[in-house]
Design a protein around this ligand. Structure first.
Ligand code: GDP
Ligand code: MG
Length: 394
């Protein structure tokens, strides 16, 4: 296959999730094995995946293997984490993006606590579709496999996925890895790959959503307004369109009277574009880095939200002492920081470094917040915690 042909295939990010020992790593290896037999991929064996190197991203130590493979239709980057806490950290920090997840459930065990926890986290970070592989079908009766399928459908529905429509494939990752070509061997793996091709959509930048651009900086143009600079996160802006500048609890109406990309005037900008937007009648001293240029009547500012957080250990650049109720520090986002107060759940008087929790966070000033958005909370040169916004609260 020539390189240009590879590059033409759309790219998709996936990862294996599920309870420890259910066969995530075996399945990852089996996928590369079966696709290598089709001449589409290099085989990556179990040991190479399982001894995933320690990665340090944002100071946090995560063990994660990144495996690449190709189906007939797409190119994939696949993340497999060895330990439960690595999965959780990976999902909270967004270190490896996942457009869809492969949930592995061993037919011998059925749904287990980490099956639930990974599914919940997947939902919270905005993964919309999962494909299920009921593994170890080689060592149980077919009736049990069917029972586990029903159990998984219920769990999917409970966590807000489409329990009826979600495809479930059963098979044996181990048999496939050992070279079996029967129904639970490579056939089940091929079926899984075709299902992923089909059910997990290729990520696209959302140009139809209301437009939203975090402001990185601004320049005053005397007599005309201010140019807001940033990268459009989502949506489309048309020249002459009404817009809002919102953030830190304030908001003001304006009109985008001109837009430039690489110093050239353009009539339209799309998600992903880095642009300067001339906002009519706005003085640049009104605009603060971290505010948003956004579509009118589409966004709200919030000062309370629920988050899933991970408290860093000292070795990761975090605290030595546990986090207590009403912990107050600065919350940092891509472009803004505001002081915040972390409220712990009633049944959890403290969170130890290295531990995770679902908490409520109050901001000193309201801000546009998006579910799935990542943040850190820092005290001086320590990163106390990292988190993902799971729900905005009134
Ligand atoms: P992980 O913790 O989810 O990554 O699980 P592993 O892939 O490390 O597998 C855990 C154990 O289950 C290993 O001993 C595997 O050989 C075994 N295993 C994995 N898949 C299968 C399978 O399809 N059938 C059987 N019988 N054993 C399997
Ligand atoms: Mg593993």
């Amino acid at each position: 296959v020539v390189k240009e042909e590879i590059d033409k295939k759309p790219h998709c990010n996936v990862g294996t999730i599920g309870h420890v020992d259910h066969g995530k790593t075996t399945l990852t290896a089996a996928i590369t094995k079966v696709l290598s037999e089709k001449g589409l991929t290099n085989f990556v064996n179990y040991d190479q995946i399982d001894k995933a190197p320690e990665e340090k991203r944002r100071g946090i130590t995560i063990n994660a293997a990144h495996v690449q493979y190709e189906s007939r239709l797409r190119h994939y980057a696949h993340t497999d984490c060895p330990g439960h806490i690595d999965f959780v950290k990976n999902m909270i920090t967004g270190t490896s993006q996942m457009d869809g997840a492969i949930l592995v459930v061993a037919a011998t065990d059925g749904c287990m606590p980490q099956t639930r926890e990974h599914l919940l986290l997947a939902r919270q970070i905005g993964i919309k579709r999962v494909v299920v592989f009921v593994n170890k079908a080689d060592i149980v009766d077919d009736e049990l496999v069917e029972l586990v399928e029903l159990e998984v459908r219920d769990l999917l529905t409970e966590y807000g996925f489409d329990g009826n429509e979600t495809p479930i494939i059963s098979g044996s990752a181990l048999e496939a890895l050992n070279g079996s070509h029967d129904k639970y061997g490579s056939k089940s793996i091929m079926k899984l790959i075709e299902t992923i091709d089909d059910y997990i959509p290729t990520p696209t930048r959302d140009i139809t959503a209301p437009f939203l651009m975090p402001i990185e900086g601004s320049v005053n143009i005397t007599g005309r307004g201010s140019v807001c600079i940033g990268t459009l996160l989502q949506g489309t802006i048309n020249k002459g369109q009404e817009a809002m500048i919102m953030g830190f609890g304030t908001e003001i109406k304006t009109v985008v009277s001109d837009m430039q990309i690489f110093k050239k005037s353009v009539p339209q900008c799309f998600a992903g574009d880095h642009l300067g937007a001339l906002c009519r009648g706005i003085k640049s001293d009104f605009i603060e880095r971290g505010m948003f240029l956004c579509q009118t009547e589409s966004f709200k500012q919030w000062d309370t939200f629920e988050a899933h957080i991970y408290v860093l250990t000292k070795a990761e650049g975090g605290r030595i002492k546990p986090l207590l109720h009403k912990y107050i520090q600065q919350m940092f986002n891509k472009t803004w920081n505001i002081s915040c107060c972390v409220l712990l759940p009633e049944d959890k008087p403290m969170i130890m470094p290295g531990d995770t929790a679902t908490v409520t966070i109050l901001l000193r000033k309201p801000m546009i917040l998006v579910e799935g958005q990542r943040f850190t909370v820092r005290e001086n040169d320590i990163t106390a915690l990292t988190g993902v916004i799971t729900k905005t609260l009134p």
